[in-house]
Design a protein around this ligand. Structure first.
Ligand code: ATP
Length: 307
């Protein structure tokens, strides 16, 4: 049995994020178009068949490395489901900002499931892995159908979409986190009921393929209005991106990252350098989509190197 795997876990942005009605279980129904970007955490997983327990090491000292880490939780869920007792040493190189609306923890969890599925020869399909992963967080199932997917309900209803064309994403983070639960509370406090899906978004539901030109005018996120009264800097970041030529700019997830969409890498890099210099924000350029497998594959996008 192979005992080591290196796997890359991409960040995501929400090209569309509508928060719909509140369900009887307390969660909200969502309608989102999610897209990976080539900003990736890196996981090194080593299996020890003569040991037990999960041991994590992370280069970011602010993240817990015990059972609170989504990687440890994902590993626990996989081992329980597979009825296996082995030791796991997992080393994480963290590049995705934390609590930034970029889904880093969820992607790490999905990557852990993919890595262990391969290492332990479990033979699970993308759908089975998504089902196993959904208990870990509502963004987790998406990553098994990346790079682009329409996501509904609590996050478990995922349909891959082919997004035609190339774009570069400028990610701007103000340097502070926004806690998702807090953002949902602000959303409930600031809006008077829920508006229906726009016709354009509703029409996307059945489409297996769309172009960037079709998506750009439909981009919206319900958390923007909810966070605007308390977080003026988010609007400033968005205006900064639009005034420098972004085709669209939007808050990702429940913040705190705002991203801009650019047609050319050179212009995206110029904007990144300018915004970093002028404001001192964390700014990064990443191509939409992530390395490795093709968008048509039903297997996960997370690239995998088994050694
Ligand atoms: P979400 O909307 O799912 O909260 P996010 O992108 O805003 O996503 P994440 O960076 O995924 O936020 O993580 C948010 C929380 O999850 C933090 O409180 C963090 O401590 C915890 N967490 C647990 N494991 C991880 C991990 N491997 N990477 C990042 N955060 C993790």
């Amino acid at each position: 049995m192979t005992s080591d795997v290196r796997i890359f876990a991409p960040a995501k942005v929400n090209l569309i994020l509508r928060v719909l009605d509140r369900r009887t279980d307390g969660y909200h129904n969502l309608w989102s178009l999610m897209q990976t970007v080539a900003l990736e955490d890196e996981l090194h997983i080593h299996v020890q068949s003569d040991a037990t327990g999960v041991h994590l090491q992370c280069d970011d000292p602010t993240l817990p490395t015990d059972g609170r880490n989504l990687i440890a939780r994902a590993a626990g869920v996989v081992l329980e489901r597979a009825k296996l007792a082995v030791g796991l040493d997992i080393r994480i190189v963290k590049r995705i900002p934390v609590s930034a609306g970029l889904g880093g923890g969820s992607s790490d969890a999905a990557a852990t499931i993919v890595g262990l599925n391969r290492l332990l020869a479990l033979g699970w399909s993308a759908s089975e892995m998504a089902h196993i992963g959904q208990v870990l967080g509502s963004d987790v199932p998406f990553f098994f159908f990346a790079p682009t997917a329409r996501v509904r309900a609590r996050g478990e209803d995922v349909a891959p979409v082919r997004l035609v064309g190339e774009r570069w994403i400028v990610l701007v983070n103000p340097g502070f986190p926004v806690e998702t639960r807090w953002a949902y509370n602000r959303l409930s406090a600031t809006r008077n009921g829920m508006t229906a899906l726009s016709q354009g978004i509703a029409a996307l539901s059945g489409k297996p393929q769309v172009t960037w030109e079709e998506i750009l005018p439909l981009m919206e996120n319900d958390f923007e209005a909810a966070l605007a009264p308390t977080h003026h800097v988010l609007e400033k970041m968005k205006r900064g991106l639009l005034s420098r030529g972004a085709e669209a700019a939007l808050l990702s997830g429940s913040g705190s990252t705002v991203f801009g969409v650019f047609p050319y890498e050179e212009s995206a890099i110029r904007v990144r350098d300018e915004m970093k210099r002028q404001h001192g924000w964390w700014v990064s350029v990443a191509k939409a989509g992530s390395s490795s497998l093709s968008p048509h594959e039903t297997v996960p996008l997370n690239s995998l190197q088994v050694g």
